[in-house]
Design a protein around this ligand. Structure first.
Ligand SMILES: Nc1ncnc2c1ncn2[C@@H]1O[C@H](COP(=O)(O)OP(=O)(O)OP(=O)(O)O)[C@@H](O)[C@H]1O
Ligand SMILES: Nc1nc2c(ncn2[C@@H]2O[C@H](COP(=O)(O)O)[C@@H](O)[C@H]2O)c(=O)[nH]1
Length: 383
């Protein structure tokens, strides 16, 4: 272990020396370009990058009141390290700017302590569709995605159930071993998960965020327990419960679909009763949709999503706004503005002003609502 490595419970000598001078905020440490310290209350958060782009940026905490190092379990997808990074405290989160990284990988938030990727702009609220097995959720979602392919994207869940004949891994589900999924649940990969009809199902944070990253509105097809968990999470969504016209009709649809064994059909029908009771009586759902006649139900669904009379346009070619972050930069903060400046000493400074006044969402996943302005001609800006 060299002097740049950090120990759990013991402060490396060079860090103690740096930290003795009092709280440092967002400054890179003397001994390494890939380490920053940010102080929040009693704790100094040290982000450590390996610099080779393969390992992730590590987080260590120096508890100043105890004089001890803490190595926390950090939730969320971790950013890979890079040529170096800067950090600045804003709105109780640490904004980390990665040097020399791709435009969709430059801005991260460390939400004391979970990582969430910083994204320019906002996304429309995801739509959670729930209801008993066989009611027609998948059918309605397919119709919506077929008519509005550029508007909606599907959240591909993980499941431990076996694939059906026509189902493709990565398209309908991520089919996963139980032991793998249990480990991933422990690692904080899932926004929600539940045991449904004897198998594990879960929505990963990434499944929802990749859809929004592609500029589409995300649709989740999940059971009532999952909807309840999402409702309790930081993800703001619209919740729709799909009801069958009768239990007889639900049974007919399940049987006619021909994808389940007799035992599974009976299990799903038993669970349906509890789901309908919960779905219709709880405060989880914003809308009830009775799926009797398919075409009529589809029209109602479009209406409640504000899509009635809406003509599907061809995809807009609005390119995402990207910051071209200078590799060598310094960071400072004035109120809700983060000033990123580059340019050699005595040369005119190139400035990017990152506006964090409208931050939305947060860990786990993405922090949206960032905006920026470029002040200075020589910075490339892809707009
Ligand atoms: N309004 C409807 N009238 C008649 N049949 C329907 C209607 N809606 C869907 N179906 C049929 O019912 C069956 C079940 O539909 P679907 O697979 O979409 O249900 P689901 O709610 O997604 O079920 P699961 O939760 O098990 O995935 C399918 O064969 C579908 O074609
Ligand atoms: N809580 C979650 N429920 C999910 C998820 N993905 C699907 N589901 C629900 O499971 C049942 C059965 O689905 P099937 O494909 O086996 O018929 C159904 O009610 C789905 O809505 C998930 O990620 N989380």
């Amino acid at each position: 272990m060299d002097q740049n490595d950090s120990y759990i419970g013991e402060a490396p000598a060079f860090l103690v020396e740096d930290l003795q001078d009092g709280p440092l905020n967002g400054l890179e440490l003397k001994n390494g370009t890939c380490k920053t310290t940010t102080t929040v209350g009693d704790k100094t958060y040290v982000t450590v990058g390996a610099g080779d782009g393969t390992l992730s940026i590590d987080v260590q905490i120096f508890d100043r009141s105890l004089g001890e190092w803490v190595h926390p379990t950090v939730l969320g997808t971790k950013p890979l390290s890079c040529k170096g990074h800067s950090a600045v405290l804003c709105k109780n989160r640490i904004l980390v700017l990665k040097k020399g990284s791709k435009s969709d990988d430059q801005i991260w938030f460390l939400e004391v302590v979970a990582w969430s990727k910083g994204v320019i702009g906002n996304a429309e609220k995801p739509i959670v569709i729930s209801g008993p097995s066989g009611v027609g959720k998948g059918t309605l979602i397919s119709m919506l995605m077929k008519e509005f392919p550029s508007m909606f994207g599907f959240s591909v869940s993980h499941t431990t159930r076996a694939p059906r004949n026509m189902e493709k891994d990565g398209v309908h589900y991520h089919f996963t071993e139980k032991s793998v999924m249990e480990k991933e649940i422990k690692n904080g990969k899932f926004l929600e998960f539940a045991s449904v009809h004897g198998n594990l199902y879960g929505t990963s944070v990434e499944a929802v965020e990749v859809v929004a990253d592609a500029g589409k509105r995300c649709i989740l097809d999940i059971d009532v327990q999952g909807a309840k968990s999402v409702r309790a999470s930081s993800l703001e969504a619209i919740f729709i419960f799909v009801c069958p016209p009768s239990m007889e009709e639900l049974e007919k649809r399940l049987r006619d679909r021909g994808t389940e064994t007799e035992e599974q059909i009976l299990k799903r029908l038993r669970n349906a009763k509890a789901e309908i009771e919960q779905g219709t009586s709880s405060n989880i759902f914003d809308f009830m949709l009775y799926n009797d006649k398919l075409e009529e139900s589809y029209e109602k669904l479009k209406k409640l999503l504000g899509l009635d009379g809406f003509v599907a346009a061809s995809p807009k070619s609005a390119a995402p706004r990207e910051i071209n972050l200078p590799v060598d930069h310094s960071v400072s903060k004035i109120d809700d503005k983060i000033i990123i400046s580059s340019g050699l000493e005595k040369e005119p400074k190139n400035l990017i002003m990152l506006d964090v006044s409208s931050l939305k969402g947060g860990a786990p996943g993405r922090t949206r609502g960032l905006d920026f302005q470029v002040i200075g001609a020589s910075l490339d800006l892809h707009c």
